[in-house]
Design a binder for this molecule. Structure first.
Ligand SMILES: CSC[C@H]1O[C@H](OP(=O)(O)O)[C@H](O)[C@@H]1O
Ligand SMILES: Nc1ncnc2[nH]cnc12
Length: 305
């Protein structure tokens, strides 16, 4: 390789991170952001849940999106997951930290506990799950659906802050909006799942298609409905625990953003190169209208033809 080519690929491989923060139930704003500004972002997939909040934390560029919109008007099945992820990608986001309220499926994960998720079982069924479609087909790997590099940073910060945290756990994504039956809750427990929630899929799959590193902090708010010594989950109970969790969630965000924002090389886990070998439709068979939409999330690979 010539010196010129080496310098060029080194430049392409260096990342100035922009941190995306997706706030779940109870987290509709982020405090401590400097130069903050709510701005509407239109995408070829429609409107995201709300305007996005742009700003800086410790000098690092951040973009916050309240997943359900401010005031929580949108239920999990009606979220425009594609628009949410496309809006973050179009805003330059390279790394997403998803913050979510979840029910616990294990005795040892009580309300107030944080779990840095490493796997999902996706039982959602009434959602658009891919940016790709007839006219441009792609199959990305989601064998490891969460970014371990961001997971390491989250774990280190959570331990420094002395939060009750577990590294690793499977998040069962249900369709909702009703909470689970006791039979469903027992089934998920028998599968070894750690927590249950309604939102992180297809969000994580779409982030992978958009080549954005994605990690989830699941904040336990309840024992769902399986625990003999605890009442079945209600929204009131979730909101109450989330209020108590909110300060810890904000402290964690403040701690991780400066570390995640340091200039770095490509993600060692390859999340940011997920489309490298994923496109299968021959260039001459691609639908130009779909390709034009995909330019917002997959320009890196589409430009090769
Ligand atoms: C308000 S309880 C149910 C609701 O909370 C979780 O949302 P998020 O992941 O955005 O915090 C859960 O998935 C449900 O959408
Ligand atoms: N028990 C539960 N089931 C689904 N989503 C939740 N979000 C918070 N608690 C939940």
């Amino acid at each position: 390789m010539s010196t010129e080519t080496t310098a060029l690929s080194a430049a392409q491989d260096s990342v100035e991170p922009v941190i995306g923060l997706i706030g779940g139930s109870g987290l509709y704003d982020i405090d401590g952001l400097e130069d903050k500004q709510w701005r509407a972002v239109e995408t070829p997939w429609g409107q995201p849940s709300d305007q996005l909040l742009f700003g800086r934390l410790g000098g690092v560029r951040c973009v916050f999106l309240p997943r359900h919109g401010r005031g929580h008007p949108i239920p999990p099945s009606r979220l425009n997951y594609r628009a949410n992820i496309a809006a973050l990608k179009m805003s330059g986001v390279t790394d997403i930290v998803s913050l979510s309220a979840v029910g616990s499926l294990k005795e040892e994960l009580p309300p107030g506990h944080f779990v840095i998720i490493d796997q999902f079982i996706d039982r959602s069924f009434a959602r658009e799950k891919s940016f790709f479609d007839t006219g441009c087909v792609a199959h990305v790997s989601v064998a490891d659906p969460l970014c371990p590099r961001i997971g390491d940073v989250l774990e280190g910060a959570a331990r420094d802050l002395k939060l009750d945290v577990t590294r690793g756990g499977t998040y069962l994504v249900m369709e909702g909006p009703q909470f689970s039956t006791k039979a469903e809750s027992s089934l998920y427990r028998s599968w070894g799942c750690s927590v249950v929630g309604m939102t992180n899929m297809p969000e994580a799959k779409l982030a992978r298609e958009a080549e954005i590193c994605y990690a989830t902090v699941a904040m336990v708010t309840d024992y769902d409905c399986w625990h003999p010594d605890h009442d079945s989950v209600t929204v009131d109970a979730v909101v109450k625990v989330m209020m108590a969790n909110a300060d810890r969630a904000r402290a964690l965000v403040k701690a991780v953003v400066p570390a995640l924002g340091r200039p770095r090389g490509l993600c060692p886990a390859g999340c940011d190169r997920a489309l490298e070998h994923a496109l299968i439709t021959a260039p001459e068979k691609r639908d130009p209208a779909l390709v034009a939409k995909l330019e917002t999330i997959a320009a890196r690979v589409l430009s090769r033809g």
